[in-house]
Design a binder for this molecule. Structure first.
Ligand code: PEP
Ligand code: MN
Length: 263
């Protein structure tokens, strides 16, 4: 079996002057869900101040409960894109199906496929037909092989720009929301040429662990970090307990520079 993802030469992905998989650790930050224009403007300002390069925010939220906030859709997309452009940041948002992909594809710099859709093979094939980088999150209970095969769906459909994202897997341990599998960074980089980033926020589910897990991720070889941050986490409509306060995000970014220098 020969897979496109299995080569020894490392891929770098360049998006408007930002290189993923290169020397620089790329910081992605922003709220779980886009809630308002002002929330996104403040988030973008914080990401910029921290030296981050990419603003995130969900406008289609694949929530575990159908009664949870499902996202602002098109209206939220405008808030995200405008806030990012004003600060000269790239932006990323999650798509969940064909209509959401179609709606965002021309405006968004990077498309995210979430953990719950990692094995939505039709969506993966559609992501393989577009000319935008894809962040592919590891499924809740996916093995590394299953995750790489999901990436392979995108690659073999014609899109070479895949960024793998480890975001914690389901284990028997209830202290954290998921268990961050840092070994996966090295294994995925050994088995594939793709950039690998880490999302400590959905792994931990609690803000007190984000700084240490982020540093460990960089020490483990991650090419970037995806961290949830909210101007006012207590008021967040989703994932408030794991979202950093803006000052915490800026402070952590400074500390991460020191770790990145050391590795
Ligand atoms: C998210 O990034 O907000 C998200 C829903 O992540 P995951 O798919 O990893 O749960
Ligand atoms: Mn979230």
């Amino acid at each position: 079996l020969r897979l496109a993802g299995l080569t020894t030469e490392r891929s770098t992905i360049e998006i408007n002057g930002v290189t993923l998989g290169g020397k620089e650790i790329i910081l992605i930050g922003g709220p779980c869900a886009v809630e308002s224009s002002i929330q996104m403007i403040q988030s973008a300002e914080t990401v910029k101040k921290a030296g981050g390069k990419i603003l995130r925010g969900g406008v289609f939220k694949p929530r575990t409960s159908p009664y949870s906030f499902q996202g602002l859709g098109r209206e939220g997309l405008n808030y995200l894109v405008q806030a990012a452009r004003e600060q000269d940041l790239l932006c990323v948002t999650e798509v969940i199906d064909a209509p959401s992909l179609e709606l965002v594809v021309d405006q968004i710099d990077i498309i995210q496929i979430g953990a719950r859709n990692m094995q939505n093979f039709e969506l993966l094939k559609m992501a393989g037909k577009i000319n935008k980088p894809i962040i592919l999150k590891r499924g809740l209970s996916a093995t590394i092989e299953e995750w790489l095969l999901a990436a392979e769906y995108i690659l073999s459909s014609g899109n070479p720009q895949v960024i793998l994202c480890e975001r914690g897997i389901r284990t028997y341990e209830p202290s954290t929301r998921n268990t961050l599998d840092l070994s996966a960074v090295g294994v995925a980089k050994e088995l594939s040429h793709l950039p690998v980033i880490v999302d400590p926020s959905h792994a931990a589910g609690r803000r007190d662990l984000i700084a240490s897990l982020s540093k460990a991720a960089i020490a483990s070889g991650a090419d970037g970090l995806l961290i949830e941050m909210h101007p006012n986490p207590a008021e967040a409509v989703s994932d408030g307990p794991q979202s950093l306060h803006p000052e915490q995000f800026i402070q952590l970014a400074g500390e991460l520079d020191v770790v990145a220098e050391a590795v």
